[in-house]
Design a protein around this ligand. Structure first.
Ligand SMILES: O=C(O)CCC(=O)C(=O)O
Length: 353
């Protein structure tokens, strides 16, 4: 079956609803990228750390900073609890997001279809075939442009539920506050002034992507989302109860167990550059399963396109910057033209690489 040629509007959910027993060839990953689908996570299997933020109480700041430093060095990703984001709001965005995929008729969903010819365009989409070599993701998504406010236009978001737009707007505001506080702690934990990473990034360009991974008849052949690191500064992700997110550590993939009230923090490439490689952005991907759909909501915090990013001077001396300065616009354009594929985009900025 044709699935997602340049001009075809095809969504993974529609393929599944058509009752496929086998996935179309465009979704089949080369052997080396296929997931090992385990029945259960064994006892003692490692997972990203869970860090209690104690509501950012100053009495716990040293402890929290230390835990964050370790998590950033070892994983580039960690869960946070007691983060201050209302749990009710997290449940609401999961609920309205799921309802869009489950309850909104396909023809209505298509009113919000994103422009497949433009990178990161807002709206309802699935990965399109860029060339004959690329493999499609087993995922549909809705991408919202939420910050700065000049980019936020809720009339481009679904309104079949009366509270959809309001929930997304409130969630965006809460995530921004959390991202600022976390970047402060991350800066301090690597020995930088609290505002250093945020000052380098400048005003946040924030996007919220709700991803829907339909059940897949052959989960061992495909990926929900190919391996990548995020291009911006910091990503905050929540998921439902269905596991699927995996993080790479020392060449091994680890599944992140869903923790309903926690938020997953994922360090992105510009933070790796600013910290001069002391902290690494997390390479991650999503796998699928044959029985249950999965929903995740990723909130990306990126620099403006005009921003130039380089290692913080406090972390380099004359001879040791590990990354070249980059124009964020060039970084984004390389990410979209070459494709994410692991960490290939940041790797080319490495000096002596
Ligand atoms: O669904 C997930 O858990 C991962 C989502 C993600 O990595 C992304 O949207 O970039």
């Amino acid at each position: 079956m044709e699935a997602g040629g340049r001009n075809t509007i095809m969504r993974v959910q529609s393929l599944v609803q058509a009752g496929l027993a086998e996935i179309p060839s465009q979704y089949i990953q080369p052997h080396e990228n296929r997931p090992i689908v385990k029945k259960e996570n064994g006892v003692g299997v490692m997972d990203i750390p869970v860090i209690d933020l104690f509501g950012f109480d100053l009495n716990h700041r040293d402890l929290v900073r230390k835990a964050i430093g370790e998590a950033c060095r070892e994983w580039g990703a960690f869960h946070v609890t007691n983060h201050g984001v209302p749990i009710e709001l997290m449940n609401q965005i999961r609920s309205v997001g799921l309802s869009f995929f489950n309850d909104c008729p396909f023809k209505d969903k298509l009113k919000y279809a994103c422009d497949p010819t433009s990178a990161a365009s807002e709206g309802y989409g699935s990965k399109m075939l860029v060339d004959n070599c690329s493999v499609l993701d087993w995922r549909d998504y809705f991408d919202h442009h939420t910050l700065p406010l000049s980019r936020r236009n809720p009339s481009r978001w679904p309104n079949f539920l009366p509270n959809y737009r309001e929930v997304v707007g409130k969630y965006s505001d809460e995530m921004k506050v959390l991202a600022q506080k976390l970047l402060g702690l991350i800066s301090e934990s690597v020995g930088l002034p609290s505002s250093c990473i945020e000052d380098s990034v400048g005003e946040f360009y924030q996007n919220i992507t709700i991803s829907y991974y339909p059940p897949c008849p052959q989960p061992d052949l495909t990926l929900g989302l190919q391996s990548h690191s995020d291009m911006g500064a910091i990503t905050l992700l929540i998921q439902d109860q269905v596991e699927g997110l995996q993080v790479l550590k020392e060449s091994q993939w680890f599944t992140v167990q869903p923790l309903c009230d926690a938020i997953v923090v994922i360090l992105s490439d510009q933070t790796e550059i600013i910290t001069n490689g002391k902290y690494k952005s997390a390479q991650h991907r999503a796998i699928t399963n044959s029985s249950r759909p999965r929903l995740s909501i990723a909130t990306f915090h990126d620099p403006a396109k005009t921003r130039k990013i380089s290692p913080a001077f406090q972390l380099v001396n004359e001879s040791s910057p590990l990354y070249r300065e980059v124009n964020y616009e060039d970084y984004v354009s390389s990410w979209y033209t070459k494709g994410p594929e692991g960490k290939r985009n940041i790797d080319v900025l490495r000096i002596n690489c």
